[in-house]
Design a protein around this ligand. Structure first.
Ligand SMILES: Cc1ncc(COP(=O)(O)O)c(C=O)c1O
Length: 422
């Protein structure tokens, strides 16, 4: 193995090796992979960093598994409802029935993180919780009050797991931005989203202040959910990135953030609201300047700019050190020439009021026989799968919850015309 024998067909085959002598084993690393992971841990200031060749999707399941095994019993985990599908899959596989922290803001955008320390505190005061799981930054670039949330968790004996899939670069963008620096116990970073790493490359970080017992559980937890054939291409890319993080990359990231700040300034001057708190992400609140997000995304595309994401309310643009000055100039030209229109009304706040009835656990729901039916016929039925309009966003209905006429209305508003029910 591999069958291609290193012959160039697609192009990268010569680099696509397997566990040959000297290449080390990802899940039992004691050679070059372990050394590379140590280099990365040093760059991030973690006590332990494990590589994932299967994204944060793998790291997130492993993080939940570590807490469950460390405590040696069933665990209670609280989370806002904007979690990624990987968390829900982890809950189903590990038999965790999450306690939902509902947003306390009036307006809930589809992808907003909307979790306040007060809401976390209320949740933890009301019941025993072993771990709180938050997503920060969220897709729109909102950054949660991680330090405050971590303090609240730790005062009540709960661990904090942070899905920082979008924020690996934050460690190098400035002081005190990465969740590891702010008290999170376990952090999952998708290196591939914001660092120069092949798609699929990610980290599982264990913080220096987390229980030492977590360390020995980390690799077995990754192995429990991971493939026995992790891609060496992805691992080599993570390794290259480790070298760069000890070299020129932090400066390049800071320069990128400075350049992005100039675009953000121009937008401010022109009255184009940018709701992202991240230094390398721009989120234009399209509705507020009179555009549907999809329309604005098309206009950007016409100007040779491809956004990361758009929904009716927002358009997300992600910048990286590998964007060129020409890219930034093009973006500035676009925003300089954009006509500002009166705001659109009827903003999406349908989700903020929603408190669906839970009928059964996520695990029971996802392993039950299910059928796909038209959303129009789903009222009164129990959802077999979680319905979201994008990943990650606030779920419209979670697996195991009852679908109501109000939920049907929201599903249809987001173009979900069929749904799986038990
Ligand atoms: C917030 C969040 N968490 C986790 C994931 C999963 O990460 P990955 O694609 O690296 O498996 C994503 C992917 O989009 C995400 O947006």
């Amino acid at each position: 193995m591999p069958g291609h024998k290193g012959v160039k067909l697609h192009g990268l085959e010569p680099l696509d090796i397997t566990e040959i002598k000297g290449a080390d084993f990802l899940f039992e690393a004691d050679g070059i992979i372990a050394e590379s992971e140590r280099l990365t841990a040093e760059a991030f200031g973690s006590r332990l960093t494990c590589y994932s060749a299967e994204g944060s999707s793998l790291s997130i399941k492993a993080a939940l598994c570590i807490v469950k095994q460390y405590l040696g019993r069933d665990i209670s985990v609280a989370s806002p409802r904007n979690c990624h599908r990987a968390f829900l899959n982890g809950c189903a596989l590990l038999d965790i029935d999450p306690v939902w922290i509902f947003p306390d803001s009036e307006r809930t955008l589809l992808c907003e993180c909307a979790v306040s320390p007060e809401a976390v505190e209320r949740c933890l005061d009301g019941q025993h919780i072993d771990a709180v799981y938050i997503t920060s930054p969220d897709y729109l670039g909102n950054i949660a009050a991680v330090r405050k949330i971590a303090d609240i968790c730790h005062r009540r004996g709960a661990f904090l797991i942070c899905d920082n899939a979008h924020g690996a670069y934050l460690k190098f963008a400035g002081e005190g931005l990465h969740p590891l620096e702010l008290g999170a116990d376990i952090v999952c970073d998708s290196a591939h989203k914001t660092l120069p790493v092949y798609t699929g490359g990610a980290y599982l970080h264990i913080s220096k202040t987390a229980p030492e017992g977590f360390d020995a559980l980390a690799k077995p937890a990754m192995a429990l959910f991971g493939s026995t054939s992790p891609s060496y291409l992805i691992m080599q890319s993570l390794d290259k990135c480790a070298d760069m993080l000890h070299g020129e990359l932090p400066d390049m990231i800071r320069n990128c953030c400075e350049r992005t700040a100039r675009v953000k300034q121009l937008m401010r001057r022109r009255g184009i609201p940018d709701i992202s708190e991240e230094p390398a992400k721009i989120t234009a609140a399209a509705e507020k300047i009179g555009y549907d997000g999809g329309e604005l995304a098309e206009m950007l595309r016409g100007a040779m700019i491809e956004c990361e994401y758009s929904d009716p309310g927002a358009v997300v643009l992600m910048c990286s050190p590998f964007n060129t000055e020409r890219d930034f100039a093009r973006l500035e030209d676009f925003f300089s020439g954009l006509e500002i229109r009166p705001p659109l009304t009827g903003a999406d706040n349908l989700l903020s009021e929603l408190r669906p009835e839970k009928v059964m656990s996520i695990r029971r729901a996802v392993f039950s026989p299910a059928e796909r039916i038209a959303a129009d016929d789903a009222s009164g039925r129990i959802a077999a799968r979680t319905a979201m309009s994008c990943q990650p966003s606030v779920a419209i209905v979670m697996a195991g919850e009852r679908i109501t006429p109000e939920i049907v209305k929201i599903l249809k508003k987001y173009g979900i015309l069929e749904t799986d029910v038990i």
